[in-house]
Design a protein around this ligand. Structure first.
Ligand SMILES: CC(C)(COP(=O)(O)OP(=O)(O)OC[C@H]1O[C@@H](n2cnc3c(N)ncnc32)[C@H](O)[C@@H]1OP(=O)(O)O)[C@@H](O)C(=O)NCCC(=O)NCCS
Length: 198
């Protein structure tokens, strides 16, 4: 199997969407499905991993020209990893690592100081970031609120409009209480990696 890591091209969009959708099905982001690829406001590094004309991996980083315009925190110029994914049939073969190494090489050339990434509570994905030198920083909760759970959380002032679900961020101190109250919560972790620091 010949693997090529190269820049994303417009004609890759279908393959990119398919690869991303399948790659997230067994993660805590299973229902965060995109039907087209985003276009970033800021410059970006957009890579794909290709085997026999099929996209089996992808990595997107949107990066800063001015500090604080893309990333949430940190000193210097940052790059935000919006997507990194490897098709489930091609995992644990070093494809994610190759995408990351290539993106770091480009980040170094551009002069970025650090990369930032956010991920939910999939231990194996967190392990992957940590294995590649990312350090865990803050976290907060993603809360999916459904049916009767909405009582006391949200009500509509619009006649005949009845909310049936909500998605919320919880940034308080009592994670345990929130996890107990709502059936679906995910801890969302920020990871950082310094680059360009030799
Ligand atoms: C995270 C991800 C990009 C890694 O890509 P990959 O090509 O499978 O990873 P690599 O081959 O570079 O690295 C493999 C290492 O990562 C860890 N890892 C990856 N998948 C794992 C799994 N399912 N279970 C346990 N460890 C796993 C292990 O440390 C593994 O090393 P090992 O096989 O020697 O034990 C890929 O698993 C993926 O697409 N995950 C779902 C999408 C996602 O959550 N993206 C990040 C959030 S935005």
């Amino acid at each position: 199997m010949d693997l090529e890591i190269r820049n994303y091209r417009n004609e890759d969009e279908d393959g990119w969407v398919r690869c991303r959708t399948l790659s997230f099905l067994d993660t805590a982001y299973y229902d965060h499905v995109l039907r087209e690829k985003e276009v970033y406001e800021n410059p970006s590094i957009e890579l794909v991993a290709v085997i026999e004309n099929t996209i089996v991996g992808l990595l997107d980083i949107e990066y800063e020209r001015k500090e604080g315009t893309v990333c949430s925190r940190g000193n210097g110029l940052g790059g935000m990893i919006w997507h990194v994914a490897v098709h489930p049939d091609f995992r644990r073969k070093g494809i994610g690592k190759k995408l990351l190494l290539k993106s770091q090489e480009i980040s170094n050339e551009i002069g970025l100081d650090y990369l930032e990434a956010w991920t939910r509570d999939d231990e194996w994905v967190k392990n992957w970031y940590e294995l590649h030198g990312f350090q865990q920083e803050e976290s907060y909760l993603h809360v999916f609120i459904d049916g009767e759970e909405l009582s006391g959380v949200m009500k509509s002032d619009i006649p005949h409009l009845h909310p049936v679900g909500a998605f919320a961020h919880y940034v308080g101190e009592d994670n345990d209480a929130i996890k107990k109250k709502f059936k679906r919560t995910h801890e969302c972790f920020c990871y950082k990696k310094k680059i360009n620091c030799e």
